[in-house]
Design a protein around this ligand. Structure first.
Ligand SMILES: [Zn+2]
Length: 347
């Protein structure tokens, strides 16, 4: 997951540009020109494919929904037609063979490991016959709970009162929809700044203050199972690490950092009987992974480390432990999706 929200103005600008490029009919030209002048490896970042509407009855984090099934199917058909959709295993092989890349290489990635990655994303990818890489936080797989960041949003959405303290500041809001949105942003932003042990305590005390109790988790909010993952791993999909407990790696002690990075790799390899080549750092912004995180990942045997920093990767100078990705969001229209691929610089 990421905690970075796009401003409304930004969204409008992209929508207008997308309409303009589509109206001018110059999209295909952009793709060809880019390939001529820039050899890039494009990596797309998704979280969830869910057919939930943007309505108030959805009581979890809608920001994690990257697309609904129809939009995703349109996107992967477009990618199949215009790009060479590959896995990291294939990328490594191409690089090792010393053949120049075509500039059409594109990798689809999913973060976290929600059950819809299997029931929706994998089903659609399989129908179109293209691979993707799924980054899973191993401690959640098969568990009867949802991811902590999703649960925090849920706790705020269902709260009857909205007074709580976080990072030594006390807030007292009327529990309106708008204030809840503000509180969600504020709490998630604070939680990514503090050390891991404090984060766990802060969440516990937040739940106490909001009077949040045990609840029935809808099946759609659960993580995948190992059975799901093994089926995917044996059918064209690659499984990567998203650490064990989805912590912010830079906020861990050295020992915890090692554990999260190494244990998740070992678990994935034991369960899937395949090499776990890559790691996507949880949250993934500039402050979420340090040089040390990159170093430990390299020493642990990962071939690549993925950030959540927006951008493209130069094929001949890959920043192997800080790869950039382009984010697909639930409000990304088909035209914007194309524009993001034509002109990633503005995204
Ligand atoms: Zn994540």
């Amino acid at each position: 997951m990421d905690f970075y929200k796009v401003g409304h103005k930004d969204i409008m600008k992209k929508k207008l540009l997308a309409i303009a490029t589509s109206w001018l009919g110059i999209g295909g030209l952009f793709i060809r020109l880019r390939r001529l002048f820039k050899k890039e490896v494009i990596i797309l970042a998704y979280h969830r494919i869910l057919d939930t509407h943007d309505d108030e009855s959805y009581l979890f984090d809608e920001e994690l929904i990257s697309a609904n099934s129809d939009a995703f199917l349109w996107q992967i058909n477009f990618l199949k037609k215009h790009y060479d959709v590959i896995s990291f295993a294939e990328l490594s092989q191409r690089l090792a063979s010393n053949k120049p890349l075509t500039g059409r290489e594109l990798i689809i990635t999913f973060d976290d490991g929600f059950s819809d990655n299997y029931s929706n994303a994998y089903r659609l990818l399989d129908s179109v016959d293209i691979p993707a890489v799924f980054y899973i936080s191993t401690g959640y797989i098969g568990a009867d709970k949802t991811f902590w960041f999703n649960e925090v949003v849920h706790a705020i959405k269902v709260a009857k009162k909205l007074s709580f303290s976080i990072a030594d500041t006390t807030y007292d809001f009327e529990p309106s929809k708008k204030n809840k949105e503000k509180a969600i942003q504020l709490v998630l932003n604070q939680l990514k700044e503090i050390p891991n042990s404090e984060r766990l305590n802060a969440i516990e005390s937040l739940y106490r203050e909001l009077d949040f109790r045990a609840y029935a988790i809808p099946a759609s909010e659960l993580p995948m199972t190992w059975e799901n993952i093994n089926e995917m791993a044996s059918n064209n999909m690659e499984i990567g690490s998203h650490a064990v407990s989805h912590p912010i790696l830079s906020r861990l002690t050295d020992e915890e950092m090692q554990q999260e990075i190494i244990d998740s790799k070992n678990t994935i390899e034991t369960m899937t009987k395949k090499v776990c080549r890559t790691i996507a750092y949880p949250v993934g912004g500039r402050n979420a992974f340090t040089e040390k995180v990159q170093k430990i990942s390299e020493t642990a045997g990962y071939e690549y480390g993925l950030s959540y920093i927006s951008g493209n990767n130069k094929a001949n100078a890959l920043n192997k432990y800080s790869l950039a990705r382009l984010h697909v969001e639930r409000y990304t229209s088909n035209e914007e999706f194309k524009l993001m691929l034509y002109l990633p610089e503005i995204f």
